[in-house]
Design a protein around this ligand. Structure first.
Ligand code: SOE
Length: 389
């Protein structure tokens, strides 16, 4: 019999939906000790909260985030609310002795993320920052190959995360496009993923050189028809200032001597969710792309030169990370499974009393790299990353 673990989901948006699916599925696929229960849902729009509660079968709904977090019946607070509120919710959860799952980016500043990490440490609760792409079998396996020395010495990381969902100038000025609510544009939203993967695969970043661009500087304020992921259905004529980047290109110097790049943009037409990396080492190379997430390209430079070429490995063997728990060998997994894999690692760490990564300390380091990029773009020079102590 699995132990019940009561979850408070703190948001009813896109990520709220993905996380509900994750909590519902994890104990069915993985042999974890806990059975998550969707206990409480928090949201800011009454009709959405009610609809969410009914659809997912939550026991309680509320529009009061403090009351939701502090409820005695909650074991895990799952923060899927906009970036600006992560810090307050996480610190409050820690102070109330709750374990925490939080969507990325961790916080608006590295200092805020560090405060979250310290609060979790002080309270002795588990923090997990959801950079789900680490949990894709191909990405996890890429790290294994690098750590097993299959790529030899690492020379290059070439990362990109390209989207196109705000190219329409009529796309409304949602919280994603304001510094005070989002922290940054694609630099924070997508760059946090890219930097997380860079740290996971290659190592810590030492310094950054960057350029940022905002192509559309004013947008209509959200009207009644405003939607987050579909452009064009906004009926407001009043305009407001966009205060974040629309694109950022980074050059990364790693502490281990590797040289990397990271391109993030929401203005790459046709690239709907193109999260991509290449890693080049002395003995081999790797290429991966979210839009073909079950495939990993591997080039083995130790083979005779005339036989060399990228081979496309399908990540569907039971030996690949996470895969054996899913479907029969050869069957594909999708976006939603990355979250379920993450929840499995979180629940295992909770049962064993160990840490899980990335956590809020990792979050503080990631945001420190993003802040260095912002500073570099502003000052036009290379910036050494100032990691919070
Ligand atoms: C929107 O840009 C978004 O949902 C990001 O916020 C996620 O982190 C990314 O995984 C997909 O795109």
């Amino acid at each position: 019999m699995k132990k019940k673990l009561n979850i408070a989901v703190m948001g009813t948006g896109f990520m709220g939906k993905v996380h509900c699916h994750m909590w519902r599925t994890v104990a069915k696929i993985f042999d974890v000790e806990y059975e998550p229960v969707l206990k409480r849902i928090f949201g800011t729009v009454e009709s959405d909260v009610q609809a969410f509660k009914d659809r997912w079968g939550f026991e309680y709904s509320s529009m009061d985030w403090q009351k939701t977090i502090e409820s005695d019946d909650i074991d895990v607070v799952d923060i899927v609310a906009p970036n600006f509120i992560h810090k307050d919710m996480a610190i409050y959860a820690a102070q109330n002795g709750k374990n925490i799952v939080c969507e990325k980016p961790c916080a608006l500043t590295a200092a805020d993320a560090k405060e979250m990490a310290d609060a979790a440490d002080k309270a002795g609760v588990l923090s997990y920052l959801n950079h789900n792409y680490r949990r894709i079998p191909a990405v996890s396996y890429a790290r294994q190959l690098i750590q097993d020395g299959k790529l030899g010495d690492i020379y290059h990381y070439r990362g990109a995360y390209l989207q196109d969902w705000i190219m329409d100038p009529n796309f409304p000025l949602t919280w994603h496009l304001k510094k005070e609510t989002a922290g940054g544009g694609p630099l924070f939203d997508l760059g946090s993923h890219n930097v997380d993967l860079a740290r996971y695969l290659i190592g810590e970043v030492d310094s950054v050189m960057a350029e940022e661009r905002t192509f559309i500087k004013k947008r209509p304020l959200p009207g009644a028809g405003a939607a987050t992921f579909t452009a064009g259905n906004n009926n407001s004529t009043e305009m407001g200032d966009v205060t974040i980047d629309d694109a950022a290109f980074l050059m990364l110097n790693f502490q281990n001597g590797a040289l990397g790049t990271s391109e993030v943009t929401r203005f790459a037409g046709g690239r709907r969710n193109y999260n991509y990396f290449e890693v080049y080492g002395s003995k081999g190379s790797l290429v991966w792309n979210l839009e073909r997430l079950n495939e990993l390209l591997f080039m083995d430079l130790t083979e005779p030169y005339e036989l060399q070429g990228f081979k496309n490995i399908m990540m569907t063997a039971p030996q690949h990370p996470y895969t054996g728990k899913w479907w029969a060998s050869g069957h594909l997994v999708g976006y939603e499974s990355t979250f379920v894999n993450a929840a499995s690692d979180f629940l295992t760490a909770l049962a064993k009393g160990t840490q899980v990564s990335p956590n809020f300390h990792d979050g503080a380091k990631i945001v420190a790299v993003l802040e260095a990029a912002e500073k570099s773009a502003k000052e036009g020079k290379r910036i050494k990353v100032d990691y919070p102590e």
